[in-house]
Design a binder for this molecule. Structure first.
Ligand SMILES: Cc1cc2nc3c(=O)[nH]c(=O)nc-3n(C[C@H](O)[C@H](O)[C@H](O)COP(=O)(O)OP(=O)(O)OC[C@H]3O[C@@H](n4cnc5c(N)ncnc54)[C@H](O)[C@@H]3O)c2cc1C
Ligand code: FES
Length: 283
């Protein structure tokens, strides 16, 4: 299993960084654009996370939502959940923050090369997946095809609406999204239904297809069942991201263990076959 490249990152001491911009994505999620105070790039790979802190408060693990191929800044899509994230949501551009990391095992980019990609996100999972989507956009020739599938609870909960619109007209991608429920008062005229419905009519070539799935625990088993029905039943065909409550973020405290694995350093990105048999791993 991979362990973090400790020699290249600041493990325990937060690096100062500056909040450049804040954008409201949904009623409960904001996008934060940040820059390290020394002007250097974060040095992350898609799928990695940082421990973000407000000086004097606490810290929380948040996935990087932008690709390393977009340099000069990095972005975090943050849902307001509790102490740290609520405080983050109050900040204005210019505020000082701390960053530890990047940490964790990223998406396995080498394994995705040349493949037909199904990039599948549910809810807040579009934030981590966006770093891979942007990376694919910036390296479009490396993939046979890229299909983005996204599901949210309601039209208001759709994250990155401007990105979704751009991806739908992009030459590099196919992009479809759906919402579980459309309130009668909504002017949303897109697809309605669970994300598994978007998978139902896909006919990928199982020999060259690879799926990446990021979403809430309840999404994994039904989505995996659909992918298997399409013939994605071999090893290294389904990659997914798992979340656990974390403390150190670097494989030292054991807080994030899933049986013998540490989510922070062996993951958060795993191949399905690495975690499928572990108790509680897939919800
Ligand atoms: C690898 C990783 C990547 C993540 N990426 C993102 C991201 O891109 N965007 C985002 O909005 N959130 C992300 N999260 C979840 C985020 O870390 C938690 O929402 C955050 O730690 C809550 O901190 P807080 O101080 O605001 O809340 P607290 O006051 O600590 O807790 C509020 C509530 O959130 C729950 N909680 C705390 N940590 C987690 C967790 N890891 N998973 C689920 N529930 C948790 C607590 O049990 C409590 O119910 C990620 C988590 C992990 C482990
Ligand atoms: S958070 Fe400490 S070992 Fe993973």
């Amino acid at each position: 299993m991979n362990r973090p490249a400790a020699e290249n990152v600041t493990i325990y001491a937060p690096r100062p960084c500056r909040l450049l911009d804040v954008q409201q994505l949904t009623p409960q999620e904001k996008l934060f654009r940040l820059q390290l105070a020394d002007g250097s790039d974060l040095g992350h790979q898609p799928g990695q996370f940082v421990q973000v802190s407000i000086p004097g408060l606490t810290e929380a693990p948040i996935s990087v939502a932008s690709s390393p191929s977009r340099s000069g800044y990095f972005e975090l899509g943050v849902r307001r959940a509790g102490r740290l994230t609520a405080a983050l949501h109050q900040l204005q551009p210019g505020a000082p923050l701390g960053i530890r990391g990047p940490f964790g095992r990223p998406f396995q980019l080498a394994a995705l090369q040349g493949r037909q990609l199904l990039l599948i996100a549910g809810g807040c999972g579009l934030a981590p997946l966006r770093s891979l989507i942007q990376y694919c956009q910036d390296h479009a020739d490396d993939y046979a095809s890229v299909q983005i599938l996204y599901g949210a609870r309601s039209p208001d909960d759709l994250m990155f609406k401007q990105d979704l619109a751009n991806w739908q007209i992009s030459d590099s991608f196919t992009c479809r999204y759906t919402v579980d429920n459309r309130p009668a008062s909504s002017c949303y005229d897109g697809e309605t239904g669970l994300i598994t419905q978007l998978l139902a009519d896909l006919r990928p070539d199982p020999a060259i297809c690879c799926a990446v799935v990021v979403g809430p625990p309840t999404m994994y088993r039904p989505v995996i069942a659909e992918l298997r029905r399409m013939g994605l039943s071999g090893a290294r065909q389904i990659m997914l991201s798992l979340e656990r409550q974390m403390r150190c973020g670097v494989g030292k405290c054991g807080h994030c263990s899933i049986e013998h694995l540490y989510c922070c350093s062996d993951g958060p990105i795993f191949w399905l076959e690495e975690v499928e048999q572990l108790r509680g791993a897939l919800g």
